[in-house]
Write a protein that binds this ligand. Structure first.
Ligand SMILES: [Zn+2]
Length: 429
């Protein structure tokens, strides 16, 4: 089942829609956003030079710095009178990125999210518990309006309130919950403490987003909660959640290409990579009026697959994001991603799926400290376990962490609201 016919359109049909919408987007950006007019002029280009998505590579990228430099609304292409909602992205440093939507933009966004829900197997009649934060963050309201557009029932509980979340899962028989992957696991723990096994509840799907999630982490969620875990992707600068989603085949996330045009480039050179090769995802909006964005560097690493999916959708699939180029940790000349630590953590039955990474500087030397948590019922040899985890970490990371701490179950702080923090960089402080 699909939400609308564009999801299964032929590639030719899709291309025609993309090209038409791109020309419109470019014209809007050039005529109404000073930043883009200058960008085009500097590159010696006019909107007429961009006739098709194939011409996109002539254009320079848009970066998060561009949003920052034009804070708060310098990237908007319409007057504030036509903006009926704003959101802001949670910048870890500096000012947030402010984004705005016209009524038509909200309609496009709602449809994109409704498509995601249908792809995840959700339909009218289902009850969707929305545990994303409401407010400036795009997650809460973004998901909310998609559920309404679909005609399913939304429970707008928002983030936190975990005991209440468990009660509602049980009392209203929620079929679906939308939350971060780390929160899904926390929810199961709290339910356990309340004497409730989430596996016994009607809940069948977790739609998780806002945090990267490795495959072992997904398996853990599916097992702990007795659900199907569906990954949803998006970012405020482009629209919010709903740019892409996994279908029930769980074999990559379908990007709604008639709304968002994807490219994958080498993060260092900016050159396009071959299909199937990993690189940084670059997105161009094709159906947004208030905030048209051309070639946005997302910082997310992925691959694209134009092959046919068993669900029948023709939209390209991207790999689920397990690393952002920003997340790369560089220590003593060695690079690693937090997701690599996560995959090791999940390999061990004796440790819980929670971890933290602390980076410190002693003198001129960087130190990596990894903390993992024992499962509640652990009763084996601590030193033996420590040795095995150490060995595995050094195999995967290609260096040995300076310190490995094994702490009691529950000692690593859980995140109830917002994104989980796993990396604490104390260097330079
Ligand atoms: Zn599919």
């Amino acid at each position: 089942m699909v939400f609308d016919s564009m999801e299964t359109a032929s590639r030719e049909e899709l291309r025609e829609v993309q090209d038409g919408r791109l020309r419109e987007t470019v014209r809007n950006a050039y005529e109404n956003v000073e930043f883009y007019r200058e960008t085009f002029d500097e590159a010696g280009l006019s909107p007429a030079d961009i006739e098709s998505v194939e011409d996109l590579s002539k254009l320079p990228f848009t970066t998060k710095e561009d949003f920052r430099d034009h804070y708060p609304t310098g990237m908007f292409a319409v007057d504030m009178d036509d903006v009926i909602r704003v959101h802001a992205s949670s910048g870890t440093t500096g000012k947030p990125k402010i984004v705005g939507y016209t009524r038509e933009d909200l309609d496009v966004w709602s449809k994109a999210v409704a498509r995601c829900l249908v792809a995840a197997g959700v339909g009218p009649g289902d009850v969707v518990q929305n545990a994303y934060g409401y407010g400036l963050f795009t997650g809460g309201l973004g998901l909310h309006q998609g559920v309404e557009a679909l005609g399913a029932t939304v429970i707008p509980i928002g983030g936190g309130n975990t005991q209440r979340q468990v009660e509602l899962l049980s009392d209203l028989g929620s079929d679906v919950i939308a939350c971060t992957p780390s929160y899904a696991l926390y929810l199961a723990e709290v339910a356990d403490d309340m004497g409730i096994d989430v596996r016994d509840l009607p809940l069948r799907t977790v739609i998780f987003g806002a945090e990267p999630c490795t495959e072992p982490m997904r398996n853990e969620i599916e097992e702990r909660l007795g659900v199907t875990g569906i990954d949803i992707y998006g970012l405020s600068e482009i629209v919010g959640p709903g740019v892409s989603v996994e279908c029930e085949a769980q074999d990559g996330l379908h990007i709604w290409e008639d709304y968002f045009y994807p490219e994958v480039v080498d993060p260092n050179t900016g050159d396009p990579v071959e299909e199937g090769e990993e690189g940084e995802l670059v997105l161009t909006t094709l159906a947004k009026d208030a905030l048209p964005v051309l070639r946005y560097r997302t910082g997310d690493l992925t691959t694209l697959d134009y092959g046919t999916c068993e669900c029948g959708r023709t939209c390209v699939r991207m790999d689920n994001i397990t690393g952002r180029s920003d997340d790369l940790i560089i220590v003593r000349g060695v690079n690693f991603y937090p997701s690599e630590v996560e995959s090791v953590v999940l390999e061990f039955d004796q440790i819980a799926p929670h971890y933290r990474i602390d980076l410190r500087r002693e003198g001129s030397l960087d130190r990596v400290e990894i903390t993992v948590e024992l499962v509640e019922e652990f009763d084996g040899s601590l030193s033996d376990l420590e040795g095995r985890i150490r060995k595995r970490l050094s195999n995967v990371l290609s260096f040995t962490p300076d310190e490995l701490n094994l702490v009691e179950y529950g000692d690593i702080a859980r995140t109830e609201v917002g994104k989980v923090q796993r990396v604490y960089d104390h260097r330079g402080q």
